[in-house]
Design a protein around this ligand. Structure first.
Ligand code: SF4
Length: 474
């Protein structure tokens, strides 16, 4: 997918003025947050499980080469094929090559963020093969020709009315048929359309939530069962997954599954949690004749060796974006690439480059909610701060910001001077704003006063109050 992260500010402005998007976001926002909170309310071992999840991922990342080799051995021993894709281009070529070899005309797809990362649909369609998304959210945005706006709810930005219009245009094609209004009617219609696609599919392509080194298995988690129909009905199943999806043992996958479902949708377990181990064996009633797994690097090994390694713990639950005030205000498309929200603001600069993504690490209030809900304890705010530092060192920050930070640094290194100057500045602003109690414009604060007033300082500075408190022994 081509990145538009360089236009983040313009994208965000547009999103804030889009009434339908704001309506859809308002509806979705609290749902995820409340459901997650409820799921953990009666789960006292949550903190211990988070720590356990973090340890599993850290251990795997520290021995990733060993576990990848073990996984490959096990998949091959069970009759599967393993492909290594260093770049997105390689991943596309491998998958399209398998489809061509099998003379595929139609491919069904389960939701895969790695597939989005490598622009898989475009590559399949360029090869003259029909690619049909079967996750309902992905299906909706495929009809709308849009990228996903959330990693677990790709069409969260769409209202029911917009979906009704889309289905009317694509399913009824001008036939005199009443537009469907209710959710069950829309779901039933999509189910009917997709059923025929499942039955006609030559190749099924899915992602994978976890890969298990000891058995060569992969886990597929959905709430619609579309992943199961995608991998069992066609004669060929291809899975694509980032190399960080690996865990050593079955019980590790089981621990992470408990964290994933609760953090993502507030469920104890997803409706369909399927373990796939190789192709169909003798005596199996169903399953593909051929099983391929494409292990995608695409910059992950580079991250393994730098300070962003912790980001590879991510299990793609979406909790960080559900709790992010920036994501909640502008939705996912404003971030301009596959991964939105706080996790995207770290991953996109890693995958796309710092240069074209310089607003993303700054699209954060550093309130820390993302870190506190992350099931594998990724320190997202400090990773974002690290990226800001890298931008500064690479000279990617504008002159006024560099100047401002330079002046601030000068004072911050001289605490006595800092206290004196900030006290003086506050007193001056307090005097000037005494009459109205606020400023509607201030030099060098146009970005703030452009949308809200700046309150005039009153009383003492924080440092003065702190000193006073310490002296009074409070
Ligand atoms: S960074 Fe953490 S909270 Fe965000 S998607 Fe990844 S695992 Fe979930």
């Amino acid at each position: 997918m081509k990145s538009t992260a360089h236009a983040f500010k313009a994208n965000a402005n547009r999103a804030l003025k889009d009434d339908q998007l704001q309506q859809a976001l308002a509806k979705a926002k609290d749902g995820f947050v409340l459901k997650r909170a409820k799921a953990f309310e009666h789960y006292p071992e949550f903190e211990r499980l988070r720590e356990h999840g973090k340890r599993i991922k850290d251990h795997t990342l520290a021995h990733l080469d060993h576990y990848l080799e073990r996984f490959e051995e096990q998949v091959k021993a069970r009759g599967g094929h393993v492909h290594w894709a260093e770049t997105e281009q390689e991943a596309r070529e491998i998958i399209v090559g398998i489809c061509r070899k099998h003379k595929a005309r139609s491919v069904t797809k389960g939701k895969t963020m790695a597939g989005e990362e490598v622009s898989l649909n475009e590559a399949i369609e360029e090869a003259g093969i029909e690619a049909v998304e079967t996750d309902l959210g992905e299906y909706i945005i495929q009809l709308a020709k849009e990228p996903p706006s959330h990693i677990i709810a790709p069409a969260v930005h769409k209202t029911r009315q917009q979906i009704s219009e889309l289905f009317d245009t694509h399913h009824h094609k001008g036939a005199l048929k009443a537009k469907l209004r209710e959710v069950p009617e829309l779901v039933n219609e999509a189910r009917g359309v997709l059923r025929s696609k499942f039955l006609a599919s030559d190749v099924g392509i899915t992602g994978a939530n976890f890969l298990v080194a000891e058995t060569g298995s992969m886990f597929l988690v959905t709430n619609e069962g579309n992943g199961d129909l995608t991998h069992t009905l066609p004669p060929v199943h291809i899975a694509i997954a980032g190399i960080e999806k690996l865990v050593p043992r079955m019980e590790d996958a089981s621990a992470l599954l408990r964290l994933l479902a609760r953090s993502a949708t507030g469920q104890d377990a997803s409706c369909y949690t399927t373990m796939v181990t190789g192709p169909k064996r003798e005596g199996d009633p169903d399953g593909p004749e051929e099983f391929h797994i494409v292990l995608l690097d695409n910059g992950r090994t580079r991250m393994l060796g730098n300070q962003f390694r912790e980001m590879l713990r991510c299990i793609r639950c979406g909790a960080c974006m559900n709790h992010c005030p920036v994501y909640s205000a502008i939705g996912g498309h404003a971030y301009g690439w596959v991964y939105p929200g706080p996790m995207g603001s770290v991953l996109t600069p890693m995958f796309v480059g710092l240069d074209g993504t310089k607003d993303l690490p700054n699209a954060c209030t550093l309130n820390g909610r993302c870190q506190s809900v992350c099931p594998v304890k990724i320190p997202l705010p400090s990773l974002l701060r690290d990226l800001r530092q890298q931008q500064f060192e690479a000279g990617l920050v504008g002159k006024s910001t560099r100047w401002g930070l330079g002046i601030w640094g000068f004072f911050a290194r001289r605490p006595g001077l800092y206290h004196w100057a900030s006290g003086l500045g506050m007193r001056l602003l307090g005097r000037l704003g005494r009459r109205r109690g606020r400023f509607s414009s201030l030099p060098m604060a146009g970005a703030w006063t452009g949308s809200r007033d700046f309150p005039a300082p009153q009383g003492k500075t924080f440092h003065q109050l702190w000193k006073q408190r310490k002296e009074s022994g409070q």
